[in-house]
Design a binder for this molecule. Structure first.
Ligand SMILES: NC(=O)c1ccc[n+]([C@@H]2O[C@H](COP(=O)([O-])OP(=O)(O)OC[C@H]3O[C@@H](n4cnc5c(N)ncnc54)[C@H](OP(=O)(O)O)[C@@H]3O)[C@@H](O)[C@H]2O)c1
Length: 312
């Protein structure tokens, strides 16, 4: 049996481009949705053309043209959607309902990966407003998938290194501080942080793996399950300097939401769950899940002390 054909929807996005690259690298015939709506966005077009140069097939299709989605889906075995979901960029998680409907109508898809790649929404029923919208919407998409009996894999359970390691998990910046660092509570919650390219590699590995069918793929690569304090120490060792640690209590952190814009409030909620509750790691992976580094020990995932070097 050959490798499954993959369609990536959202392929020029932050996570999507990595999924496309990993799919090509692992030898899957790779199709990327090319939306007419990108119009004059030359960066997106150039990226699509670069994918084509590497062997990807570009498929025209639009969320405003249902039949074009059905036709695109019919070309492949597996669909991976990386639709936007970060509020300070854009968030269109529910748009995926159209894609689910197209997959249902096409009837040929062996596996669908909706846009997840974060905290497991099934474990976030208690999440704070307004950030819970991310989890609620992802659960609406999951319900549609399961109601339509579409085979799936949900990929969750890691913070992207670019958002959580590069800035030592400081909000509102993507680069690490050199003087002062905010420490969330005791700074000892365990947080899984994985390089986005590694996440993509693991995701593509699951495609033809029966062990991950109708399951959730979580991430606990042992050396990348870190506390914020460990992460800060790695940076301090790299730059040869101790930062001033400013401890922020749970109450003060939550109070900081007041007066923030919507995207900021969503961010505070998510950070609260990750750093004060330990929501990425505070559960056992049960029968409904698998752990990526156990399934694929051959992946040499990037360690965060290595990752941080580029920022020094
Ligand atoms: N764990 C973490 O730390 C973490 C961090 C960030 C994101 N995430 C998750 O990762 C997933 C992807 O996020 P991202 O930041 O990679 O997304 P993104 O780059 O902001 O957007 C991804 C793609 O969504 C598509 N899109 C956006 N608006 C659209 C519209 N109106 N109609 C059709 N397509 C549209 C575009 O596809 P085209 O390529 O077709 O233009 C875009 O490239 C989300 O589920 C998010 O929650 C997790």
């Amino acid at each position: 049996m050959g490798k499954s054909k993959v369609l990536v929807v959202g392929g020029t996005g932050y996570m999507g481009r990595r999924i496309v690259n990993a799919s090509l690298a692992q030898g899957h015939p790779t199709y990327v949705l090319q939306r007419p709506e990108i119009g004059l966005d030359i960066d997106k077009l150039q990226m699509l053309l670069a994918f084509k140069k590497q062997g990807a097939h570009l498929v025209e299709g639009s969320f405003s043209d249902f039949q074009s989605l059905v036709d695109a889906v019919k070309l492949v075995d597996v669909v991976i959607c990386t639709m936007s979901g970060v509020h300070f960029r854009s968030h269109n998680i529910l748009l995926q309902l159209k894609l689910v409907e197209a997959i249902k109508q096409a009837g040929n898809i062996k596996r669908f990966f909706p846009s997840e790649f974060g905290l497991d929404p099934a474990r976030m029923g208690h999440a704070l407003e307004p950030g819970r919208v991310t989890f609620d919407e992802k659960m609406v998409v999951r319900k549609a998938i399961q109601d339509a009996k579409i085979p799936f894999t949900y990929v969750c359970g890691a913070g992207f290194a670019g958002y959580f390691a590069g800035n030592l998990s400081q909000m509102g910046t993507l680069i690490p501080p050199r003087e002062k660092v905010l420490i969330y509570g005791d700074g000892n919650s365990k947080v899984t942080i994985v390089d986005e390219d590694d996440l993509a590699t693991y995701t593509i590995k699951t495609i033809d793996d029966p062990r991950t069918l109708n399951k959730t793929l979580y991430f606990r690569p042992p050396e990348n399950v870190l506390t914020q304090k460990q992460l800060v120490e790695m940076w301090e060792n790299l730059i040869g300097k101790k930062l001033e640690h400013i401890i922020i209590s749970q109450q003060d952190f939550l109070a900081s939401m007041k007066g923030m814009d919507y995207a900021g409030q969503v961010g505070v909620g998510h950070f609260y769950h990750i750093f004060y509750e330990g929501a990425l790691t505070n559960f056992e992976i049960g029968k409904e899940g698998e752990e990526a580094s156990k399934l694929y020990p051959e992946v040499k995932y990037i360690r965060m002390n290595e990752y941080l070097k580029i920022y020094a």
